[in-house]
Design a protein around this ligand. Sequence first.
Ligand code: 5GP
Ligand code: MN
Length: 337
Amino acid sequence: MNKAEIQGVKTLLETPKDIVIIPHKNPDGDAIGSTLALWHYLKKGQHKVTIVAPNDYPSFLKWMPGEAEIVKFDYERDHAKKILKASNVIFTLDFNDLSRIGDMEATVAACEATFIMIDHHQQPSNYAKFMYSNTTMSSTCEMVYHFITFLGDEDMINAEMATCMYTGIMTDTGSFRFKATTSTTHRIIANLIDKGAENASIHNAIYDTNSLSRLQLLGCALKNLVVLEAYNTVYITVSKEELIRYDFKKGDTEGFVNYGLSLKGIKFAAIFIENLQEPYVKMSLRSKGDFSVNEFARAHFNGGGHTNAAGGRSEASMEGTVKKFTEILTEYKSVLS
Ligand code: 5GP
Ligand code: MN
């Protein structure tokens, strides 16, 4: 954010506002962590602040401070619409195109509020008056830390905000190991620990809450893994029947795709998961090095994300999706082999 924009946001927030903060659909640790951290921060002012999430999120995020106050659009549509219509400032966090909020899109697009985007995904759309977009950042949580600092309020960061930001940085960086994890990320993490984030218990709350059925679903997914040696690529499939057999709960398949990428020499890993409610296949894509899964997802599967982590969807059957994927791969042989 440049100085003029920071001043613009400061001036906007100088008087009490009705603020709504929105994460993307199927929010992850960074989306929930960043919206909650900003919510705790803005509530310290004179504002009325509400988080409206498009839908529910996994139970491993349901311990975060303030989480119970999040309004879920798909459960409380009328209430959420009323709050959105009454808002005069809307923050959109961890996404950069209104299509990423699903059924909320039309209501949000019709709002007359001033939009502020804080996000680290590539190719942002132009809907926000104030755009804090930086694709080199590890996470939106790291950006919320910078945002609060830009406004001169680093000292206001308390244990609750620190816990939320720590969680999102940890989940989006694969516990501080992905390329976007910089020395600045580590300095911020150190500050967050000083401000009260309990690193060991946060890690435990996120990662050590497996159910037996989730571990069994992982076993099933790993058995389904297919290696395409010529392309240094792997893919995993998970069918509806398998999800039901292993008592699937939201969030259970998170991180599965990374096992594919951990195979020696693999540059591209994909997981295809049949949606239980609607007839489409959701996919998560991961890569190592220069191969951009963001471009791949945008070009072929109606998705997007980052260079090394992206998502998309396919309206075809599982069989059709795998066929399309393997056919498309031939176009990328020179980049992947
Ligand atoms: P995941 O595979 O963990 O769902 O998502 C990986 C990254 O890609 C995340 O940063 C996520 O926000 C983004 N992403 C996932 N699905 C989609 C999608 O359908 N469209 C776009 N534009 N981004 C996505
Ligand atoms: Mn993120």
